[in-house]
Write a protein that binds this ligand. Structure first.
Ligand code: DI6
Ligand code: FE
Length: 406
């Protein structure tokens, strides 16, 4: 006997496009998908939920966020719109270092309490897995606090959390003009210790003129490989650094941003099976004008994921549905590609494709139920949330989760 049957639903399995199965039902046993098929063939279960004609998709996956951080940068946003220059803001101590200062100063409790409301916004829209990066600590204790907070979020809220160590995000002021020394610390102290503490699922870096060089990035990747950890990369966001080819050489899970990626980078990703994680929120917020080469990625067969990049500086975005809409309107992804980008391909970008991202027997029973007429409605609407119910590993919940939980 199955534990749970959700009947009277249309399924988007996300196998081959939407993988539509109308007038279907899905059964769960021990937190996993035990059966799915036509409503008429469903066997009785211990508990049955009437889906009342809703669409059921895999739970959404936000595979690139910096959602754990303290403070925000709205004053910078406002100053810029009142005519302040980048230099004015930097002189006033703004930019990424202001978030580093706020994150270092916040205790673990404050970090949790500031971050949870953002995560709740994602959860209300059917997100069941979120990736969370460090990178606003840039020192052992504060990077540890960020990753431990990410793990706590996964323990206290109904969401699976994948952690990513992004020590090579920016050069901290205490290492000014000593970037090689900082990369030494990242590779020989921070990463090994944080990995030993079980806080690191993957390793990321920011390879860019304003951050770290390809050679420094490669040192971080080599350290990750030595620890058996998968890598991903902020690549080709502002300029072409050859980062996509570099991360592909390390069989990376993903190359993220990619506005400036070349055909050689795309070919290397296709050969390695590296996912392209596209981040329309940052493109929009920075008013970038060069879109990622979606047509070339598509024709090379590189899977495209979509994520919020939720961060206080370049993408203060906590709606994965809006990111889907932006990917379609700004870059001409199809609604089916956008939904695949937040399910099947996002799972692959986290190395979790065996467990989540599609509706298949044996996979984890993470679902979102939507009051929509067709799957394209998810990418179509802006600022509208049709999520009716969410299921985390077989456990149904309301979309809106209260905090602190009763
Ligand atoms: N790319 C970005 O857009 C953010 N980090 C990165 O690697 C910027 C982070 C910030 O400004 O706080
Ligand atoms: Fe990012």
């Amino acid at each position: 006997m199955h534990d749970l049957l959700i009947a009277n639903v249309h399924l988007a399995t996300m196998l081959d496009g939407y993988g539509e199965l109308r007038d279907g039902a899905i059964a769960v046993k021990d937190g996993r998908i035990a059966w799915l098929g036509a409503e008429a063939d469903a066997a009785p279960a211990t508990r049955t939920i009437d889906g009342a004609g809703a669409w059921l998709t895999p739970g959404l996956i936000d595979c690139h966020t910096h959602i754990v951080h303290a403070g925000n940068r709205s004053s910078e946003f406002e100053a810029r719109l009142n005519g302040a220059s980048y230099e004015d803001i930097a002189r006033a101590g703004g930019g990424i270092m202001s978030t580093v200062r706020a994150t270092r100063a916040a205790g673990s409790e404050a970090l949790l309490h500031e971050s949870v409301p953002r995560v709740l916004r994602l959860l209300a829209e059917g997100v069941t897995t979120v990736e969370i990066k460090s990178g606003y600590g840039l020192a052992m204790d504060s990077e540890h606090a960020m990753l431990a907070t990410a793990r706590r979020i996964g323990a206290v809220l109904p969401v699976r959390v994948a952690t990513t160590f992004l020590g090579a995000h920016a050069l901290p002021p205490d290492y000014a003009r000593r970037s090689e020394d900082y990369i030494d610390a990242v590779c020989t102290q921070m990463l090994p210790e944080l990995a030993r503490a079980g806080l690191v699922d993957a390793v990321d870096a920011f390879c860019e003129r304003i951050a770290f060089t390809p050679a420094q990035t490669e040192r971080v990747f080599a350290a990750a490989a030595a620890l058996g950890l998968p890598v991903k990369l902020h690549a080709e966001q502002l300029s072409d650094q050859g980062g996509a080819a570099l991360v592909a050489r390390y069989h990376g899970l993903s190359a993220d941003h990619l506005e400036h990626v070349t055909q050689a980078g795309i070919d290397a990703m296709a050969a390695a099976g590296t996912v392209a994680v596209l981040l329309p929120g940052a493109y929009y917020f920075l008013r970038e004008t060069q879109p990622p080469p979606v047509a070339a990625l598509r024709s090379a067969g590189v899977p495209m994921a979509i994520a919020t990049d939720c961060n206080p500086g370049t993408s203060p975005l906590t709606s994965l549905l809006l990111a889907m809409n932006m990917a379609c309107t700004l870059w001409r992804l199809t609604p089916a590609e956008a939904l695949a980008g937040c399910t099947v391909h996002a799972a692959r970008a986290l190395g979790l494709q065996h467990d989540i991202g599609t509706l298949e027997v044996g996979k984890c029973a993470d679902f979102a139920l939507w009051d929509i007429a067709r799957p394209a409605d998810l990418a179509y609407a802006m600022g509208f949330n049709p999520c009716r119910m969410v299921v985390n590993a077989g456990v149904p919940r309301a979309p809106v989760v209260s905090w602190p939980q009763p």
